[in-house]
Design a protein. Structure first.
Length: 616
């Protein structure tokens, strides 16, 4: 007979019953749900053991069947409606960094860009490094006085690479100045160049170019130590500052100043939201269209706007003048280094048949190009290779170049200027600083990849193709490229542009009036209802959904221009472009926000939304 074992009952563990603290037991928590229509703060109870929980701390909270992290944004007393509230699970970080100016700024940005605060927090506050936080466990945030009034906003044009550094040093050495200085630059290259020019001055760096631990450590230093000088890339614009500090934005019109991820905020707009507490200075070789408009209406004061060509006492030559680009290059190389700025990389960017002159096209509709000498022709859209290309119209095999690339220009210049030591700076092989050399260098660079340094001569090629590019900011970019390279020119140097002397951009150089060129471009934008006189949003998704949204536009209480374009690279999808007068900005943001929340609540198919894109 089998042995009968005694019956054992399973024990059920009963969780410890939490008791709410007596002092302000309800916390409002901004929860990272990732769901558009659940972006408002939610109420939670604070357990007795978490009595000292600070506003701004990071916590873990229950939400449905899961747990999420969130920031405590406020605490309040208990009411009769709070009987069913859940308790905060635990404190993830006691560092109370999400409050004050940081909270207010993120809230403003999320309102303007019709998104949740967590969409902005992802850019504003670097990812946590728990090990770094241990160094700040017992630190207290510095006490900040109220700002003495709205800060001034002004624009300064630079005509020399050291202008910005001199201004920073002057502010640092001003004994009367008690605030901080925050400098925002387009990319790491600019940051390194400024750091080298500042020499022994102590700098705190911020930006995504740093490794995770260093980035978070430097961010916490900026929060707790209030360093005198902070220099960073795009996301550093959210750095908390002492009241009455100075924010300096270098080249706000650069595409790097626009956040690439949703919601696509830009440094210029975010920095202008901070003018109630801080002074703001925009500085560049030429103002962006947005800054030009604000100068025109008097909201921004312009200082020292002049023509760089006049400041440099430069001799300016044009395509139909008495001196060719080769002559300018050869003459410059006798004295020092020469910069040749060109349009696009590649070898031959478009070509046609030599016999019938029809442009070489792929079956998908893309134009064909040669990426390098000796390679096969490729399609610019589907990347299909064409071995031993033949014209589909006349079977001709000889090509006629329509648009040369940087590599082709470099090859031709090498033959025309024999013996010159040539270097080529381009996107995938960018040279940030002019090398030290015993020989005078001929530097060939694509737009935006020009090495930092001073040149005896600067030659601008492909100016017409730059101006004629399809894009919202082609003319603005041409103005910026020309003036940025003028800054690199030595005093009394030669400057050559391959456009006729009567070209609209040539006239601004002849008349020594940069601002006038920008104002002329501004008037053209106004006449066709383009930014900065309107705000733009683009919505991308399945064609039926986009068409349905478009049909609902007529029911709005404000005027909105809308148009649909089919996406050739993605079948069944379309893009809806919305434009509204700048005076209706708040209504526009509220509409986009409501649209996002409604679609989320109804579980409709997702669409991609971008407000104030860099280009359309």
């Amino acid at each position: 007979m089998a042995e009968v074992k005694p019956l054992k009952l399973k024990r059920e563990l009963v969780g410890k019953r939490s008791i709410a603290t007596c002092s302000l037991p309800v916390a409002q928590v901004l929860v990272d749900t990732g769901i558009a229509h659940l972006s408002d703060p939610f109420d939670y109870l604070i357990a007795e053991e978490l009595t000292n929980l600070k506003v701004g701390a990071l916590v873990e909270v229950p939400f449905g069947a899961r747990s999420f992290q969130g920031y405590v944004v406020s605490r309040r007393e208990l009411t009769e409606k709070d009987s069913q509230l859940k308790f905060i699970v635990k404190v993830l970080s006691e560092l109370a960094i999400y409050k004050g100016e940081v909270l207010e700024l993120i809230s403003q940005v999320s309102s303007r860009y019709a998104c949740s605060s967590w969409d902005v927090i992802a850019s504003a506050i670097p990812p946590r490094a728990v090990r770094i936080e241990k160094n700040y466990e017992n630190r207290v945030l510095p006490l900040t006085a109220k700002p003495t009034g709205n800060g001034t906003v002004f624009y300064t044009q630079i005509t020399n690479k050291d202008d910005l550094v001199r201004q920073i040093i002057n502010i640092i050495e001003d004994s009367k100045y008690k605030g901080q200085i925050l400098v925002i630059v387009p990319d790491q290259r600019d940051l390194i160049q400024i750091r080298e020019r500042l020499g022994e001055h102590e700098i705190l760096e911020l930006g995504s170019h740093l490794d995770k631990s260093t980035r978070y450590s430097n961010y916490l230093k900026s929060v707790f130590d209030s360093p005198k000088l902070v220099i960073g890339t795009r996301s550093a614009v959210f750095t908390p500052l002492l009241p009455n500090s100075r924010i300096i934005v270098l080249d706000d019109g650069d595409e790097s100043m626009y956040e690439r991820r949703f919601p696509g905020w830009n440094v210029r707009d975010v920095s202008m939201m901070r003018t109630q507490s801080h002074s703001l200075q925009f500085i560049s070789a030429s103002p962006s269209m947005e800054i030009t408009r604000l100068i025109d209406i008097g909201w921004i004061k312009a200082k020292n706007i002049s023509n760089t060509a006049r400041e440099k006492k430069a001799k300016v030559f044009f395509k139909n003048g008495n001196l060719s680009e080769i002559s300018v290059i050869k003459d410059g190389l006798k004295k020092g280094n020469v910069l040749v700025s060109i349009g696009d990389p590649g070898y031959i960017n478009s070509f046609s048949c030599q016999k019938c002159r029809n442009q070489a096209m792929c079956s998908c509709g893309g134009h064909l190009f040669f990426e390098a000498k000796g390679e096969q022709a490729k399609c610019s859209i589907c990347a299909k290779s064409y071995i031993n290309w033949k014209c589909i119209w006349c079977q001709g095999e000889s090509i006629r170049t329509i648009s040369k690339g940087g590599a082709r220009f470099a090859e031709e210049l090498g033959r025309q200027v024999p013996g010159a030591r040539t270097i080529f700076s381009r996107g995938n092989n960018r040279i940030d600083k002019l090398p030290i050399s015993q020989d005078n260098l001929l530097v060939i660079a694509t737009y935006g990849c020009e090495p930092d340094g001073e040149y005896e001569a600067v030659v601008e090629l492909s100016v017409e193709s730059l101006v004629s590019r399809i894009g919202l900011r082609s003319s603005e970019m041409a103005i910026r490229v020309i003036n940025n390279n003028l800054v690199r020119l030595k005093q009394g140097g030669n400057f050559y542009l391959d456009i006729e002397a009567d070209h609209i951009f040539a006239q601004s150089l002849i008349k020594y009036d940069v601002l006038q060129a920008c104002l002329r471009e501004l008037e053209e934008r106004k006449s066709v209802s383009l930014p900065p006189f309107v705000r733009i949003a683009t919505l991308f998704g399945e064609t039926p959904e986009i068409e349905k949204i478009s049909r609902s536009m007529d029911k709005l209480d404000f005027q909105l221009i809308h148009s649909i374009t089919s996406d050739t690279s993605s079948s069944g999808k379309s893009k809806l472009t919305l434009r509204v007068d700048i005076g209706e900005s708040d209504k526009f943001s509220n509409f986009i926000h409501s649209l996002s929340r409604y679609r989320s609540l109804k579980s409709l198919s997702p669409i991609s939304i971008r407000l104030d894109p860099y280009s359309i």
